[in-house]
Design a protein around this ligand. Structure first.
Ligand SMILES: Cc1ncc(COP(=O)(O)O)c(C=O)c1O
Length: 442
């Protein structure tokens, strides 16, 4: 009997080991980890270099409180991640998860405005069908209606939600992409006006929406329009790259493909590849200066395990490997292969309405009817069925329901590790194809 509280009632299989793209189960099966969990294990499993770095740090200096000391791994990690000050991001705050990263970004943004003499800024604008974490602040910032529903009465009213940029579902048939982007810009502009532009702290969004809608990238020009609106109203732009960042979409930061940069960027999953729990915020110089020179003598926030030396040592090794082995090149090459294989296999599939994503971050959205985009009855839990059918064929993927509004719609995500080979990609798509057909045949 398991005494660990699981997400669902059923007890899942026990994972006992792993090597490369494979996870090993207690019953002897070897499963291809086709999504690295939730796009986490970007370097695959059983990497001995990372394990050695963790062991060495744990044996040398496992913990020193950041109120009194700094540590070498945290400093080195900040340096490697911020090398060249990408987009004007000069400092990093490390914590233990994506949710903690979001909380820190929200609080940094609020403190920034207090320190520069604009304390009336108390609102955040976010988007429906987004996700920024499960702690109460991050949950309030997110628009994942399924995850919010139960807690709605205790979520902060400081957050309001506008429409996502989700062309497959929400671009009107008689609208060009440019007109759709303009309509979304108008809606954001109207929300600033409704709140009073001088009261808005920041707009927060995922550059490529992750689990909630399934790898939805914005249309060209959308983030340039968002950046321009934020700048005009003196608000900050927070980008949540917890899932889509750290190389997953072919560039180190997803925003590099949008022609803009954020003021605050939340990172996690790919930062440490799951070898240790680690997240963080990358911070623009102007925010750091204001907070450090301000009334509180620094950032008024903290966690016992922030910038944990062992977690930072693990992430440092992950980041060194990505750079030394030129893995972003492989991400782009294997991403192109994954894209064409998925389109070939599912592009005309009668129950796959959309195949979308970037590089090694792809989703299939399932529909009962392709022409009308009608969804399956949520009771069927189609995404779960595909997940089970895939697992039975030796492939782990990441499923989610409520694609459209938190209730309706089904999708699954594939997010192979950056070390995947061409043969691995082909096997993943083969198994996924068989799983989708088997789940539909049920
Ligand atoms: C975009 C995004 N932001 C934030 C989070 C929260 O991260 P964590 O689960 O590590 O707290 C997630 C997790 O899935 C995510 O995908």
């Amino acid at each position: 009997m398991s005494r660990v509280l699981h997400r669902s009632g059923a007890i899942p299989p026990v994972a006992v080991g792993g090597e490369g793209i494979y996870l090993h189960l207690a019953d002897g099966r070897k499963i291809i980890d086709g999504s690295g969990g939730a796009a986490v294990a970007c370097l695959g499993h059983g990497n001995q270099r990372i394990a050695a770095a963790i062991g060495k740090q744990a044996a040398t200096m496992a913990y020193a409180h950041t109120g009194t000391f700094i540590s070498e791994p945290a400093e080195a990690l900040a340096h490697i991640v911020l090398d060249g000050e990408p987009g004007g991001l000069t400092h990093a705050y490390f914590c233990s998860s994506g949710s903690e990263g979001t909380e820190a970004a929200l609080k940094l943004a609020r403190q920034y405005f207090v320190e520069i003499g604009q304390p009336r800024r108390t609102h955040f604008i976010a988007r429906r069908q987004s996700y920024h974490g499960n702690t109460l602040g991050a949950l309030a910032a997110g628009g994942n209606m399924m995850r919010r529903a139960l807690y709605e009465p205790i979520l902060s009213p400081a957050f309001s939600l506008v429409s996502p940029c989700f062309a497959y579902r929400y671009k009107k048939a008689d609208e060009t992409e440019g007109q759709y982007v303009e309509r979304l810009g108008e809606e954001l502009e109207a929300e600033f006006r409704r709140l009073g532009p001088e009261t808005v702290i920041a707009f927060i969004a995922e550059p490529v929406v992750g689990a909630t809608t399934g790898c939805v990238a914005a249309l060209p020009g959308y983030f340039r329009r968002v950046r321009e609106i934020c700048d005009r109203h003196g608000a900050l732009l927070i980008l949540d790259e917890v899932m889509c960042g750290m190389g997953r979409t072919g560039t180190m930061h997803a925003w590099e493909q949008e022609g803009i940069a954020p003021d605050l960027q939340v990172v996690a999953k790919g930062l440490g590849s799951g070898y240790q729990p680690i997240g963080g915020v990358l911070i623009a110089g102007k925010v750091v200066q204001a907070v450090n020179a301000g009334s509180r003598g620094g950032f008024m926030h903290g966690h016992t395990y922030q910038a944990h030396p062992v977690a930072c040592a693990a992430a440092l090794e992950v980041q060194r490997i990505i750079r030394e082995d030129n893995l972003l090149e492989n991400v782009r090459a294997m991403g192109a292969r994954l894209e064409s294989a998925l389109i070939e296999r599912f592009g005309n599939h009668r129950h796959v309405g959309d195949v979308r994503g970037r590089s090694l971050f792809w989703a299939l959205e399932f529909v009962a009817d392709r022409a009308t985009k009608r969804v399956f009855d949520p009771q069927l839990k189609m995404n779960e069925r595909v997940k089970r059918a895939a697992l039975a064929r030796g492939l782990a993927i990441y499923p989610m329901g409520g694609t459209i509004d938190g209730k309706h719609g089904d999708h699954v995500i594939v997010a192979p590790p950056y070390i995947a080979s061409a043969a691995d990609i082909d096997t993943i798509v083969d198994r996924l194809g068989a799983a989708v057909d088997a789940a539909l045949a049920e």
